[in-house]
Design a protein around this ligand. Structure first.
Ligand SMILES: [Zn+2]
Length: 469
């Protein structure tokens, strides 16, 4: 698969037929995901309802050692990292009270609980999700997230209703938002699965990003949330979503106009705001008032209906500025979304990322020889292009170069756990076990709840102790 064309080629995008490997229910995702060598053209997806069983049916065991449960149950582990990431404390007392309530129920009461009843309904829909909804999602993608492993966990009694953490998805079946509708919940699973795929393509996006990374991040959110909402909206023939409020808004032209007005006002001011103020305003307008979801989905719908599915996929390969211009090309002046002037040349870190994406390793080596901090003044999300370059090199099995790029990353961002983790991955593949171990240890010092580092470390330590003296 090394002859795979680069994502940056300007030839028209071709939708790769979507072949998806579905893992059986007996398989769990507690094994770290492979680093995506492009050996098999597939996206592996697991469907896991076991956290509900663990929490409800075996509530006593959970209560014996709640800390261990939050640490070892993969779904709860992801929810915990979501809390840490968003700086929202876990409502532990409420959670405990609810688990105690399960522990006080008889076996048959537990089996009749809404959580267990929902789990049973979900199990019946598993094949529709994996065999029909996933190809539906892939019809919007420029190509398959090959080598990626995604687990959809269904859980109960957590705080967020639906989250995507890295490549994985967690949905809470007990959230009131679903109004007991399993198909609304599975429709949201489609939305979250799309995010996982978008995240996979993000690193290789080909357009020149805006120099102002905070503004560009908002455009990225509009793109990602808009598309996820539209993809799931178009999956209503598989999973009707009577409880999904965003679709009611999307079907109401007055609400779409309002979302358009709000987003344009935000984007017009964006470059004058500090990153912090911009993030807060964007959260209020884009997320709480749903403007990113509704306008972004409307933009995706407009491109899909007027130009076609390939044009939607092409915006994922290129990036959010291309999404805005693809939409603006087919609408009247008054419906347009604010566009930004792109810089002539990507910043040094983005040139590094793009060289990795395009497999232009001579340019990549030249850039590394002149390693420098991102241009002064804008350190918002400055680490992202470095991590992306490292991940792309891992994906392309260029472990020697991945080590160099990630070494550079850990020098520039010594406190960044992800830098050390991916350096560990690169060293492990480059057969430098000692440095891999040191990198995973450093990862865990910086991020004790890291999802994959503990298993990596354990495997390497076990291999080392098995070696003859
Ligand atoms: Zn979303």
């Amino acid at each position: 698969m090394h002859a795979h064309p680069t994502l940056c080629s300007l030839i028209p995008m071709v939708i790769v037929p979507c072949t998806v490997a579905h893992a059986g229910p007996q398989e769990t995702a507690s094994q770290p995901a492979p680093d995506g060598p492009e050996t098999a053209a597939r996206w592996t997806i697991h469907f896991d309802i076991s956290p509900i069983d663990r929490l409800v049916i075996r509530a006593e065991e959970v209560l014996e050692d709640p800390d261990a449960f939050w640490q070892t149950d993969p779904a709860y582990h992801l929810v915990r990292s979501w809390h840490e990431w968003n700086n929202i404390p876990i409502p532990m007392r409420t959670w405990r009270t609810r688990v105690e309530a399960y522990a006080n129920m008889s076996r048959s009461e537990r089996n009749r609980s809404p959580a267990v009843r929902m789990a049973r309904k979900l199990r019946k829909q598993k094949n529709t999700l994996l065999q029909k909804a996933v190809p539906h999602i892939c019809s919007f993608l420029p190509d398959l997230p090959t080598g990626m492993t995604t687990t959809i966990y269904f859980t109960a009694e957590t705080y967020p209703r639906a989250i995507g953490v890295g490549d994985n998805v967690v949905l809470d079946v007990t959230n009131d938002y679903w109004q007991g509708s399993d198909s609304t919940l599975l429709n949201t699973a489609v939305h979250e699965l799309f995010h996982a795929a978008y995240g996979w393509h993000l690193c290789a996006q080909t357009e020149t990003p805006l120099a102002n990374a905070a503004v560009y991040a908002q455009l990225s959110t509009l793109h990602n949330e808009g598309l996820a909402t539209f993809v799931a909206y178009k999956a209503q023939h598989l999973f009707p979503a009577p409880a999904e409020q965003d679709y009611t808004l999307l079907d109401d032209p007055a609400r779409v106009r309002r979302a358009h007005k709000l987003v344009n006002r935000l984007l017009r001011e964006a470059e004058t705001l500090s990153p912090d103020k911009l993030c807060k305003d964007a959260w209020r307008i884009g997320v709480e008032q749903r403007a990113f979801y509704v306008l972004g989905a409307h933009m995706a719908r407009t491109i899909d209906e007027n130009v076609g599915r390939d044009a939607v996929a092409d915006t994922i390969a290129r990036g959010p500025r291309s999404f805005v211009s693809a939409y603006n090309n087919v609408v009247d002046e008054e419906q347009r979304v604010v566009e930004f002037q792109a810089p002539d040349q990507p910043s040094w870190p983005h040139r590094l990322r793009l060289a990795a994406a395009q497999r232009d390793y001579d340019t990549l080596r030249q850039l590394l020889a002149t390693a420098a901090l991102p241009e002064a003044g804008d350190m918002f999300a400055a680490e992202e292009p470095f991590i992306c370059a490292g991940r792309l090199l891992l994906r392309h099995e260029r472990y020697d170069l991945a080590v160099e790029v990630l070494e550079c990353t850990t020098r520039l961002f010594p406190e960044l756990a992800a830098g050390h983790y991916f350096l560990g991955e690169a060293c492990r593949h480059a057969a430098d076990a000692d440095r891999a171990v040191a990198s995973y240890r450093r990862t865990l010092e910086l991020d004790p709840g890291h999802l994959y580092a503990p298993a990596r470390l354990k495997a390497l330590e076990k291999a080392a102790s098995a070696e003859p003296e």
